[in-house]
Design a binder for this molecule. Sequence first.
Ligand code: ATP
Ligand code: ATP
Ligand code: MG
Ligand code: MG
Ligand code: MG
Ligand code: MG
Ligand code: MG
Length: 237
Amino acid sequence: MANSRFEYVKQFETHDKLLPDCYIVVRVDGKKFHEFSKYYEFRKPNDERALKLMNACAKNVVTKYKTDMILAFGESDEYTFILKKDTALFNRRSDKIATLLGSLFTSNYVFLWNKFFPETPLNLKHLPYFDSRCVLYPNLPIVKDYLSWRYVDTHINNLYNTVFWELIQKCGMTPQESEQRLCGTLSSEKQEILFKDCGINYNDEPEMFKKGSLITRRGEILHIDVIKKLDELFEGF
Ligand code: ATP
Ligand code: ATP
Ligand code: MG
Ligand code: MG
Ligand code: MG
Ligand code: MG
Ligand code: MG
């Protein structure tokens, strides 16, 4: 483009290069998916189709950028992509990485929606979109703690949601009563309520619900005890 007298405005743009030699963690999260999931009648607490759709989108992102990725991990309406510390992806520009991975994820979600929800067309007034951020972590122990944080979050949320919805769906409680019943209970007490009041052994719940989904660089989707496998997952990085 030829220079014009307007060109100076470009100088106001700041660049946002991420520090070298640090791991880049990108997390995308669905915008208002509490409402989105209600509108499209997701099964509560876990809609398997929606989780599989998230996995399919993330797998395509990992596959496209596999030389930059270590792994990805997803639960609910969020997915985390952990990039190598020496990645040169988009010149390590934070805005580029966050917006491009976020929009690639979103375009996959829209494109693949129909495959997972063949009966339910997307409505223009209720389209899915995702926020996306980059976080820098300076060393592997903190990256492992990051992944452990999301993994534990999956477990805590899933246990709570499973009992919460079982008390409503099986025991006929109102949402308020169910919330009251669970208020202040420990993890072990929740499992006991689930077993005694609803006849469900938490251990028998689907692995994807309990453990989230981990995608390797090779594109395998696993539902594993992430904390037990941390050393193996990050070996060589
Ligand atoms: P925000 O825009 O701030 O992220 P949000 O409504 O998306 O708001 P989140 O904390 O991201 O809030 O929670 C996502 C919500 O989406 C969950 O609480 C749940 O209600 C719903 N949800 C996401 N995935 C599923 C699923 N597979 N099955 C059922 N519900 C889901
Ligand atoms: P980057 O990823 O850095 O943005 P880019 O290839 O998208 O790379 P841009 O400077 O954004 O580079 O330029 C967009 C290019 O897309 C244009 O140069 C042109 O070749 C093409 N393009 C965009 N819109 C049209 C259009 N409506 N008709 C024809 N070509 C188009
Ligand atoms: Mg352009
Ligand atoms: Mg959020
Ligand atoms: Mg969300
Ligand atoms: Mg979320
Ligand atoms: Mg362009």
